[in-house]
Design a protein around this ligand. Structure first.
Ligand SMILES: *Cc1c(COP(=O)(O)O)cnc(C)c1O
Length: 238
């Protein structure tokens, strides 16, 4: 478990790297949000990190999102859902997550819409793209994006904010950068559709090992876990 001092140093270093990458790409560092990907981290660890220069938190597991939001661990900062969402758990996430970044099927989209309608809210979502066409990964194919985007626009209680992706873990830095560039082109295509209610301004991509590359290619949210909190320990479930 990382100490408060270690986390503070790590976040300062990441922020400096983010700003350098932004400026190198002619971008304003203020346009890029730091999401702390805090799966497996305890409420205490997350609460300590929330006092640092982190914009929002990303959870992969519904149980952890519920536990940490109930405990106020984010200190009022937004929590995003970034993991694979099972349809039977949608009710626990809609309204609780400021954004669901991992919508990747029409079935899931319909369930999120129904839950948001029941609550009488508009839920912000991203569509997750399986940019590396990996059999093992969730996410919709780039070709499948448009059916989901049309469905989100037609739904009354969803606001499509953009796209999310996780490139293949075994890709080279050059390949990863090409995947990020393809994501940027998909976001531009989405923006060019000029939907009436969608506001596709968000591109969530880049993790501990590749966030600078993602920023050079247009990321507006980077999701960073290990570089903030240290290596994950999956032996003890939080
Ligand atoms: C775990 C996770 C991250 C962060 O990964 P690190 O390599 O630890 O920075 C980002 N996004 C998603 C969807 C994750 O599951």
């Amino acid at each position: 478990m990382a100490t408060k001092e270690q986390m503070a140093e790590a976040v300062a270093r990441i922020r400096a790297n983010m700003a350098d990458a932004a400026r190198a790409a002619g971008r304003d560092p203020a346009d890029i949000l730091l999401c702390a990907a805090c799966k497996t981290r305890t409420v205490e660890e997350v609460r300590e990190s929330a006092a640092l220069d982190i914009d929002l938190f990303g959870e992969n597991h519904v149980q952890e999102l519920v536990e940490k939001t109930d405990a106020g661990a984010y200190l009022g900062k937004p929590g995003h859902f970034i993991g694979h969402l099972q349809t039977n758990k949608v009710n626990k996430v809609v309204g609780r997550a400021a954004m669901i970044e991992s919508v990747d099927s029409l079935h899931l989209l319909d369930k999120v819409e129904a839950a948001a309608a029941r609550l009488g809210i508009v839920q912000d979502i991203l569509i997750e793209i399986n940019i590396g066409a990996e059999a093992s990964k969730s996410g919709v194919s780039p070709e499948g994006l448009w059916a989901l985007a049309d469905a989100a626009e037609a739904a009354g209680h969803l606001r499509l904010r953009g796209l999310m992706a996780i490139p293949p873990a075994d890709a080279s830095p050059d390949e990863t950068r090409a995947f990020f560039a393809r994501m940027r082109r998909l976001l531009t295509e989405l923006q060019d559709r000029r939907y009436a209610t969608a506001r596709p301004d968000t591109l969530s991509m880049g993790m501990s090992g590749d966030y600078e590359s993602a920023i050079r290619e247009g990321a507006t949210i980077v999701r960073i876990g290990t570089a903030i909190y240290g290596a994950r320990d999956y032996s003890k479930k939080p």
